[in-house]
Design a protein around this ligand. Structure first.
Ligand SMILES: Nc1ncnc2c1ncn2[C@@H]1O[C@H](COP(=O)(O)OP(=O)(O)OP(=O)(O)O)[C@@H](O)[C@H]1O
Ligand SMILES: [Mg+2]
Length: 337
């Protein structure tokens, strides 16, 4: 095992943004809840945010937390949740883009109906992800001032990486867009006899102003996202082939985007005690052996990154008592016995 979770976070007192990622169903949400619970118990003002289109904070906490607003968790101090309402963001984003396109076409004197362009620009899967990314950036910037720690529960792997990777792609795309807008505008200045008037117009160019402010936002987000003192991405796996493969691939992708890797949590580990004593079935013994094999692979390939083990509990994780158990396992970092 590498440095355990507690030592890792205690060495980083400025660690503000934590993410959990991994294959579907491995325990990303319960780990995010466990991390958030730990910091709240340490009297740190903590926010847990669900960026998953299918939210599960309400079911994990056993409280009604949906609705898109920041809500306090009952039964523990210092802990707030927010299940981001993606449909609201998508609509807001769609209106904003439509307005920008209309303004731009009017400003650029393009006499065509912008509606088909708006339709194309706003009805594709990437659009939802961009909207979600925008929400995430918003929360990082606005709530980052308000909270000591923010834990993001991300959707499945590809989605999370795309969300984070988008910031880099956005940056490249925006730089080119801004450059070509500047070139187009300076051409207009060169061609015009009334330079003073055109210069005034340039300053009012809504498209350029928009692009510049969006670029600045993305730059700020990238600075936060790639700052290893402030941000850490934790991966969750279970001792099984596919989730391990996903984590390995995920680590490479995230590193390529300069996102700091916080480490790996191994979830649903069967304690040895389940195969001790009388009445142990073949099924359990075989399952345990299978896990042992995969644990060896985890230790061979990811050893330095393993921060904690979470036992397989006899029931699913719902309610604060269960979340506390997850948090205790994260804090102990030890293999369950
Ligand atoms: N260690 C554990 N012991 C028992 N049940 C667990 C454990 N970890 C997770 N679960 C249960 O497994 C299910 C999946 O966990 P969770 O929702 O945290 O996974 P996820 O990775 O967030 O899933 P999704 O990809 O759907 O968001 C939940 O019902 C949860 O209560
Ligand atoms: Mg989840």
């Amino acid at each position: 095992m590498g440095e355990n979770f507690i030592n890792f976070v205690e060495a980083k007192s400025n660690l503000k943004f934590m993410f959990t990622g991994g294959k579907g169903g491995v325990g990303k949400t319960i780990c995010a809840a466990g991390i958030a619970y730990h910091f709240a118990e340490e009297s740190e003002k903590t926010l847990i945010v669900s960026l998953n289109p299918v939210h599960s904070l309400s079911s994990v906490f056993g409280q009604e937390l949906w609705g898109g607003q920041i809500k306090p968790v009952k039964g523990i101090d210092n802990l707030w949740t927010c299940e981001v309402d993606i449909s609201e963001t998508v609509n807001k984003y769609r209106e904003q883009i439509a307005r920008r396109l209309r303004e731009f076409m009017k400003w650029a004197d393009i006499p065509i109906n912008p509606d088909p362009f708006i339709e194309v620009a706003t009805t594709n899967p990437a659009f939802e992800e961009s909207a979600m990314f925008d929400d995430m950036v918003d929360i990082m910037i606005k709530q980052g001032e308000e909270y000591d720690r923010i834990v993001f529960d991300c959707a499945a792997v590809a989605n999370a990486v795309r969300l984070l990777g988008l910031s880099k792609i956005y940056g490249l795309w925006l730089t080119r867009m801004i450059k070509s807008r500047e070139e187009a505008l300076s051409l207009r200045v060169k061609l015009s006899f009334r330079k003073d008037k055109i210069m005034e117009e340039i300053k009012r160019d809504p498209m350029l102003a928009d692009l510049l402010s969006m670029n600045q936002r993305m730059k700020n987000a990238r600075v936060l996202l790639s700052d290893a003192e402030k941000t850490a991405f934790f991966f969750v796996t279970i001792p099984l082939a596919l989730p391990i493969a996903v984590v390995k691939r995920f680590i490479n992708m995230v590193e390529a985007f300069d996102i700091p890797v916080g480490g790996v949590f191994v979830n649903m580990v069967m304690p040895e005690s389940v195969v001790k004593g009388r009445g142990v079935t073949d099924y359990l013994t075989n399952k345990f052996k299978e896990q042992q094999g995969y644990m060896q692979i985890i230790h061979r390939d990811l050893r330095e990154l393993v921060r904690a083990y979470i036992p397989m509990f006899p029931t699913e994780v719902t309610g604060l008592d269960m979340i506390k158990k997850v948090s205790d396992a994260l804090v102990s970092g030890e293999l369950p016995v």
